[in-house]
Design a protein. Structure first.
Length: 72
């Protein structure tokens, strides 16, 4: 049986700092967010919820332009 444990961004950064991995915290948080978005996308695809590739490209480019995927 698996138990889900949720941590917020500050807790993750603090834990990474304690482990001496503070420099990797932002990368880890980016990976967590990408994994979350992928899980959502796969679930939507499995339900038949799709949209045109052009819409996806536009949304991703907007996120890049806003610095959403950038380092903090």
């Amino acid at each position: 049986m698996a138990t889900a444990v949720m941590a917020n961004e500050v807790e993750i950064k603090n834990a990474m700092d304690v482990l001496g991995l503070a420099g990797l915290a932002d990368d880890l948080l980016d990976e967590i967010e990408l994994d979350r978005e992928l899980t959502i996308s796969l679930a939507e695809a499995n339900r038949g919820e799709t949209f045109p590739i052009e819409q996806l490209e536009e949304e991703v480019m907007e996120k890049f332009a806003s610095g959403y995927y950038g380092k903090k």
